[in-house]
Write a protein that binds this ligand. Sequence first.
Ligand SMILES: [Zn+2]
Ligand SMILES: [Zn+2]
Length: 70
Amino acid sequence: MSGVGRAVFCDRCGAPTAEGDHARCARERDLEPPRFCPECARRMVVQVDPFGWTARCSRHGTRSSAAAER
Ligand SMILES: [Zn+2]
Ligand SMILES: [Zn+2]
């Protein structure tokens, strides 16, 4: 089974979300941008600007803090 657009990996530590405890990752993610693509766990290119952040995966494109809100 491989869902499309599912967050399979923790975008903070890059480990599978089904494994381990990512509560601390989630807390850190409130304060800091993601580092890994949640779909493939590739390291993303992260840029921080005054309005938030953008993170680009070479496979899955760009996501931003604006899009992540709610
Ligand atoms: Zn994590
Ligand atoms: Zn990706």
